[in-house]
Design a protein around this ligand. Structure first.
Ligand SMILES: *Cc1c(COP(=O)(O)O)cnc(C)c1O
Length: 437
């Protein structure tokens, strides 16, 4: 029995609970029928250019035939197998492919399902690493505004973001250090970096021997509003962490897979973390999959004859073969010269269009890192709930553009396959809408 679009919408309205949505006031969700490239096709005949890569995960466009084929082939061979006692070709090959792109001895992959669990795994690994070594290190450090996911440990790391005020009693403590957010023509950046490093130095001087790990979103704090920092800040951070003998966790769930222009932000900054969390772009946006990659020296601390030394953690779908097959196909596309050229061209196009916007009175803090372009819109309040964001989103949807401002921060984070004509169309609309505000 086929249902009409209205019947489908009624079923959704009756039974589905949507994320990050106040169902009491939100307009009904758009019924997506299909998507190709950067375009989503809706039931009402409208088309939307997906300029947020469907929550920052799509790299090569929707329903990419090469990835779809890889998933289909894998599904006919082995769709899922328990990952304790078993392994499979896509998991082993993918671990090799990704670690080959990572610096240092980041050689050991622990698979899970999404960005939040990749962060939970990193935090739990750090915790047990010190226990296994007989060290009392239980203090955790994050950066102000940082976002690391919606599960309890990840929320704890992101508690300063303000997203989790409903759950503070569920969270464990985290020390926070200022994040030296910067933008084009920012002449206070050095002072902000010095202040952040001074705060970190003070914290490490007081509690350094008890710090288990420091977690940061390298180069770009995503959900905080595409707040960007300079690579040299990450270098300075790394030096201090090495001196304190503690662990550095990079949450590259959003920045990974060429978002910042290099395959990973850590490569762009020349930093080698102890643990790195990868998810969103991992499968090109096809399947939920994530990995926490650890240095081999960390893995070794879990070896022994005793089961309690092992990392007794896992998820039902750990290393799901369909996800791994999608990720291998996505990596083939990502590493092709054609895709890397698109990444570079996108960055250059964003640069030119951002520069043009600087003359608008209500535009400030234009900023760019790789394929992520952002700016602040003035005059409508700040923060995630700022009414201006909702207004802008509606304006752009009406023009067939899927843009989801974070409060008063407008950003473009498009799939790499988005054509120059499509990007120009988006920027033309941004110029028009902002000029008319
Ligand atoms: C999205 C995100 C997460 C959480 O990932 P989910 O897949 O939504 O659980 C964690 N860290 C960063 C930096 C993210 O952008």
């Amino acid at each position: 029995m086929t249902l009409s679009y209205d019947e489908l919408r009624a079923l959704d309205a009756r039974h589905v609970w949507h994320p990050f949505t106040q169902a009491g006031t939100a307009p009904p969700p758009i019924l997506a029928l299909g998507a190709r490239g950067s375009t989503i096709y809706a039931a009402d005949g409208r088309e939307y250019l997906d300029l947020v890569s469907s929550w920052w995960c799509n790299l090569h466009g929707h329903a990419h035939p090469a990835i779809a084929q890889a998933v289909a082939d894998q599904a006919m061979r082995l769709e899922q197998v328990i990952f304790a006692d078993f392994t499979h070709e896509p998991a082993a090959r993918l671990a090799q492919r990704v670690t080959a792109l990572l610096p240092g001895d980041l050689d050991r992959v622990f698979y899970s399902d999404d960005g939040s669990t990749a962060v939970e795994v990193a935090l739990k690994l750090a915790h047990q690493y010190w226990r296994n070594r007989g060290k009392d290190r239980t203090v955790y450090v994050a950066f102000e505004g940082g976002y690391h996911g919606d599960t309890a440990g990840a929320m704890s790391a992101g508690r300063s973001s303000g997203y989790f005020d409903q759950w503070t009693e569920m969270l464990f403590p985290f020390r926070t250090v200022p994040f030296p957010a910067t933008w084009d023509d920012d002449d206070a950046v050095e002072a902000k970096e010095e202040a952040a490093l001074a705060a970190l130095d003070a914290l490490l001087a007081a509690e350094g021997a008890r710090v288990s790990a420091v977690i940061i979103e390298p180069l770009i704090q995503g959900a905080a509003g595409m707040r960007m920092c300079r690579p040299q800040f990450l270098k300075a951070l790394e030096e201090r962490i090495r001196a304190a003998g503690t662990l550095l966790i990079l949450d590259e769930v959003m920045t990974g897979f060429s978002r910042t222009g290099d395959f990973f932000a850590c490569r762009k900054a020349g930093v080698t973390p102890d643990l790195i969390c990868l998810s969103k772009g991992l499968t090109g946006g096809f399947m939920p999959l994530s990995m926490t990659v650890a240095r081999e020296s960390i893995f070794r601390e879990f070896l022994g004859q005793d089961l309690t030394r092992a990392f007794l953690h896992g998820h039902t779908f750990t290393a799901n073969p369909l996800g791994c097959a999608a990720a291998l196909a996505s990596l083939d596309l990502l590493q092709a010269a054609e895709c890397q050229a698109r990444v570079k061209a996108t960055e250059a196009l964003h640069r030119a269009r951002l520069d043009r916007l600087k003359s608008l009175g209500n535009v400030s803090r234009t900023r760019l890192c790789g394929t992520v372009a952002a700016l602040d819109v003035g005059g409508g309040g700040e923060g995630y709930g700022a009414g201006i964001g909702q207004r802008l989103k509606a304006e752009f949807l009406a023009r067939g553009l899927l843009l989801r401002p974070l409060g008063n921060v407008l950003y473009l984070l498009a799939p790499y396959c988005t054509t120059e004509a499509e990007l120009h169309r988006a920027w033309d609309a941004v110029e028009e809408v902002l000029a008319a505000l």
